[in-house]
Design a protein around this ligand. Structure first.
Ligand code: GLN
Length: 459
């Protein structure tokens, strides 16, 4: 099939699915066609094409794409067209990718359902009365609905893995520092990572391989070798898989989810893995630490949206301060304003030691939990989210209930370790996600375990 034919098939899928799914905020069909034609010329020339050449990708609306409106799901950035590409986007462009458009997400990636988007809510392709998860819910839904071959998302506390789980696709958050954050509209800089949504583990490895690596424009990107493919098919024979006691006892864990994940873990054991019990004793404090640290960083990062430098401006303001106040009051949604207030409070003189500094200490304890656990195992397996996709509207009035959906993923961000989520059966007819976490820089191990499960599951 030619790249143009592949593009047309996906555009047809978009036309068919979007009235039901609403995964996209905007399409860039014209640009996609030019890219697909260029890919076909490469194929015709017989060299220069790679694994991603001519393959259509959907992009979370927080990744800067040169010349394409990029809004972070926020009304405050309406009309903003980045003059440059994020590094991850530039690398895909060089690889010959075909950009379909920008996908819906919770505003500034704050949320677990896309219900905090400044534009609309995306529906779960498995049941359109339910959320796709979030914040990268549009990217997960686009892949699940067959609208894109793969998608990029970002994960600060679970925003790739949780929607991947709820939509029944593969999603991966790499080790912090693996992928450059240059050109990613920042939420919480010490936690944010870019990663892929795909239909298979191998595709996830291919995409992550393409976007990984040192970038002089992001001082936190690491100069480390990246080889995600060589060990992919080696299986789990001889690997020790840690089963964290605390992760199976979290509040709100649905019995159907627990059963599906336990079955998946046993299947890995039957395929040669050795199961070891591990403990992550500070699990109960993860959520509290995350909801101090992430809003603190967000309150600082979002200070730049003032109606002057980017996007929309309130035109009725009479003074400079009034411009800031009115633009931010009308431009940001409720959840974003809540987090800016929380973060500003936690960082203020007098409360810094009691909240921010304390949370940073807890973060260190959580990172140490993982280090200790990885002394006795090669990877950790658990559920990705404690629930299946919940009904749209079910948690909008209860932010704490919403936050609880990330209790099994945000530890990975606090510790900076890589994590994959992949489908492992269903509960009540809805997809369940198996999470595989690995030590820092052992992204290849996480993918290898995930691939071993996928192969055994499909055998
Ligand atoms: N749901 C979490 C939050 O609202 C995580 C979001 C994310 O990973 N971007 O902060």
């Amino acid at each position: 099939m030619s790249a143009v034919e592949l593009l047309d098939r996906h555009l047809a899928a978009i036309e068919r699915e979007e009235p039901r799914v609403h995964a996209f905020l905007r399409l860039c069909e014209g640009e996609a066609r030019v890219q697909a034609e260029a890919a076909d010329r490469l194929f015709a020339a017989g060299d220069g094409a790679g694994a991603l050449t001519g393959i259509p990708v959907a992009i979370k609306d927080v990744l800067s794409v040169r010349g394409v409106e990029t809004t972070a799901g926020s009304r405050i950035l309406r009309g903003y067209r980045p003059p440059y590409d994020a590094t991850a986007i530039a690398r895909l462009r060089e690889a010959g990718a075909v950009f379909l458009g920008m996908t819906n997400c919770d505003e500034f990636a704050m949320g677990s359902s896309t219900e905090n988007s400044g534009f609309h809510t995306t529906a779960n392709p498995h049941d359109p009365t339910r959320v796709p998860g979030g914040s990268s819910g549009g990217s997960a839904a686009a892949v699940a609905a067959g609208e894109a071959v793969y998608a990029l998302g970002t994960d600060t506390g679970g925003s790739i893995r949780q929607p991947a789980a709820l939509c029944g696709v593969v999603g991966m958050k790499p080790t912090y520092g693996r992928v450059s954050r240059y050109g990613l509209i920042a939420f919480a800089s010490s936690l944010d990572q870019i990663g892929p949504f795909t239909a298979s583990v191998r595709d996830a490895a291919l995409v992550l391989q393409a976007i990984s690596g040192m970038d002089p424009r992001d001082a936190t990107s690491a100069d480390r070798p990246v080889d995600l493919l060589s060990d992919l098919e080696r299986g789990v024979e001889g690997l020790r898989l840690g089963v964290p006691r605390e992760y199976f006892q979290v509040e709100g864990m649905e019995p159907g989810v627990k059963t599906a994940v336990e079955r998946a873990v046993l299947l890995l054991e039957r395929n040669g893995a050795e199961l070891v019990e591990v403990s992550l004793p500070h699990t109960d404090y993860g959520l509290a630490a995350y909801y101090i640290i992430a809003p603190a960083e967000a309150s600082s990062n979002l200070a730049r949206f003032d109606g002057v430098k980017y996007g929309a401006r309130d035109e009725d303001a009479q003074t400079l301060v009034d411009t800031y106040l009115r633009t931010r009051r009308h431009g940001f949604g409720t959840e974003v304003r809540r987090r800016i207030m929380l973060g500003t409070y936690a960082l203020s003189a007098g409360y810094y030691d009691a909240y921010y500094l304390k949370a940073q200490k807890v973060r260190t304890l959580i990172a140490q939990d993982f280090e200790r656990a990885f002394e006795t195992c090669d990877a950790i397996v658990s559920a990705t989210a404690p629930t299946v996709a919940f009904p749209i509207g079910a948690k909008v009035d209860d932010p704490l209930a919403m936050y609880l959906n990330d209790v099994l993923t945000l530890g990975g961000n606090l510790a900076g370790v890589p994590g994959v989520s992949l489908p492992c059966g269903t509960s009540d007819g809805l997809p369940v996600g198996l999470q595989v976490l690995a030590p820092q820089w052992a992204d290849a191990t996480a993918l290898r375990v995930a691939r071993a499960y996928e192969a055994a599951r499909d055998a």
